[in-house]
Design a protein around this ligand. Structure first.
Ligand code: C5P
Length: 402
């Protein structure tokens, strides 16, 4: 049975040539067992008639705020609450702009603004409109609000030109929705522990040894696991971000030793532990009680001691059924180093970042990873947003036989 079976879907149709494909999309959604309510913009009706759409959805198509002859009000609020998901296909440049800026001048945009459910957009327009900085900025804004963009394809456009702007094929849109609904539950019942951010190792009351880790990758993983139904705790070093998902629990720590203590306590009750923190390798052997003053001494020498390896400590007590994932940020001999760490720390998989890859590593919003497993398999991924990288990592965790 399709994961869309029984789902309430609002299908938003804007005014573009690709609206003819919305008919097939509607047909496929209904065939998959979804209950579909079509909302069409006034311009959309110039391209496809509500008669066809209502016949296929077996519901009157909504377009206006009121039915002219009865004065009946169509509640966008009710529709927004009813929907398990909203998919806007085609999403035109104009509607994308209105959605991004809250210009609620038609039923489709008001429904979008009222929607509590996930929203998917399948843009369709001419290649230059698609590439225009304003369209790109609006899409970026919509993505930052949590909307899902189903990227258009490169191909023949109604203008006769060839380029990026063709609405994704209806079958592919259905596939994306199905994947989303499967993913929304596939971590249900699992307890996930994630370490994130840097650690600060105190020198004196005002100074520390730290690193540039932003915590973004760890928090993206936490949000991804929580959105897929897991119970997530992040043991986090000092960062300036918070989880996007309010269900993620955060335990704030400062040093590697504090991080280890919190992890050791929680690990026995954990199904999946993801070691994403950039843990300081060394800490000052002594912490000065008072601020070390420049005037009163020669250049101070800070003696360092080794910090505990949290991943390795957990690896030593790992039981059957528990999955332990580590990261390796390498500058050279990437594969050899990562593979060695995988074995030494008794990990089930290791996520490799190379400092040589542009856009990967500390502080960025993107990452480029390879995943290595103990069977020697290696999967390489292209540069993606950290949110999308988190999806790939969680997919891989779920595919491990444990
Ligand atoms: O040995 P290295 O620091 O490169 O290993 C990186 C992996 O080990 C990461 O998953 C990191 O979170 C984890 N780690 C740890 N405790 C340490 C050092 C690294 O958990 N003290």
């Amino acid at each position: 049975m399709s994961p869309l079976h029984g789902k309430h879907i609002v299908l938003g149709i804007c005014g573009g040539i690709a609206a003819y494909k919305s008919v097939s999309l509607l047909r496929l959604l209904v065939k998959a067992g979804a209950e579909v309510q079509v909302v069409i913009t006034p311009a959309g009706k110039e391209f496809i008639t509500p008669v066809t759409l209502s016949a296929l959805s077996q519901k009157p198509v909504v377009s206006e705020f009121f039915t002219a002859n009865t004065g009946e009000w169509h509640s966008h609020v009710d529709l927004g609450l009813w929907a398990d998901c909203m998919v806007i296909a085609p999403a035109t440049a104009s509607s994308i702009g209105k959605m991004a800026h809250g210009i609620a001048d038609n039923m489709l945009i008001t429904t979008y603004l009222s929607a509590k459910s996930p929203v998917f957009l399948a843009p369709a327009m001419d290649l230059d409109m698609m590439a225009h900085p304003s369209t790109q900025a609006n899409l970026k804004l919509l993505k930052s609000y949590g909307n899902h963009i189903i990227e258009p394809e490169v191909g023949y456009l109604a203008s006769g030109l060839i380029g990026k702007g063709r609405m994704e094929e209806p079958e592919k849109i259905v596939e994306a929705l199905e994947k989303f609904f499967v993913r929304s539950q596939d971590m249900k019942g699992r307890k996930v522990l994630i370490t994130a951010g840097p650690t600060y190792e105190k020198i004196d009351p005002v100074r520390f040894i730290g690193n540039y880790s932003s915590g973004k990758m760890g928090y993206a993983l936490a949000d991804e696991c929580a959105s897929r139904g897991a119970e997530v705790t992040v043991v986090s070093g000092p960062v300036s971000i918070i989880p996007g998902n309010p269900d993620v629990a955060v335990v704030s720590v400062e040093s590697a030793r504090e991080m280890l203590a919190e992890c050791e306590q929680r690990f026995p009750d954990t199904d999946v532990a993801i070691m994403c923190a950039a843990v300081a390798d060394y800490a000052p052997a002594e912490v000065a009680d008072a601020k070390i003053k420049r005037e009163h001494q020669d250049v101070p020498v800070i003696r360092l001691v080794k910090n505990p390896d949290i991943a390795r400590t957990l690896g030593q007590v790992k039981k059957a059924g528990q999955t332990l994932v580590g990261f390796a940020l390498e500058t050279d001999h990437e594969i050899e180093n990562a593979t060695e760490k995988l074995a030494r720390k008794n990990l089930d998989m290791i996520v490799l970042n190379s400092m040589r890859d542009k856009g990967a590593g500390f502080g960025t919003d993107t990452n480029k990873i390879a995943i290595i497993t103990p069977d020697g398999c290696r999967a390489d991924f292209p540069l993606k947003s950290k949110a999308d990288v988190a999806k790939d990592i969680v997919d891989k965790i779920l595919s491990l036989k444990n």
